[in-house]
Design a protein around this ligand. Structure first.
Ligand SMILES: [Zn+2]
Length: 144
């Protein structure tokens, strides 16, 4: 659970960062290719169709899948959401490279900037999430 008002506010702001063109909405939807410990993903297309979105995996998904579910959100999920917004930033800046280690590290760097600008302070939890996510990509064989 998110136990502070600051975290709840950050989660809501990260969820709602959709005002740019094209918008990149966040929603709860579990995709089978998500690793369980960092259950979130950034997608740019649905097949060939441009459809940028961030999926936050939960089982079961909340009934209202397009609204932030603050009562069951966790600090790890908040950090994952920031990481996916980091991929979004890469994509908007034209540096996004799907499924690559440089992109993963870039998204974590953007996530640190985004969270820092929101007054985030739990950098130990952030560092642990980053390490575990990069290790997971290493195990999966994500290429350099
Ligand atoms: Zn990533």
């Amino acid at each position: 659970m998110l136990d502070t008002d600051e975290h709840r506010d950050m989660y809501r702001r990260l969820w709602d960062l959709v005002g740019k063109d094209p918008p990149v909405p966040a929603l709860y939807e579990y995709a089978p290719d998500m690793p369980l410990d960092t259950a979130a993903c950034f997608y740019t297309h649905d097949g060939d169709v441009l459809d940028p979105r961030i999926l936050i995996g939960r089982t079961p998904c909340p009934a209202q899948c397009t609204k932030p579910d603050l009562d069951r959100a966790t600090l790890n999920e908040l950090i994952s959401l920031a990481h996916e917004r980091g991929h979004e930033r890469s994509w908007r800046e034209g540096t996004y490279r799907e499924n690559s280690m440089p992109e993963e590290r870039r998204a974590w760097k953007h996530a640190r900037d985004i969270l820092g600008s929101m007054g985030f302070k739990d950098w130990d939890a952030f560092a642990a999430a980053r390490e575990s996510s990069l290790a997971e990509h290493g195990h999966r064989g994500t290429p350099e």
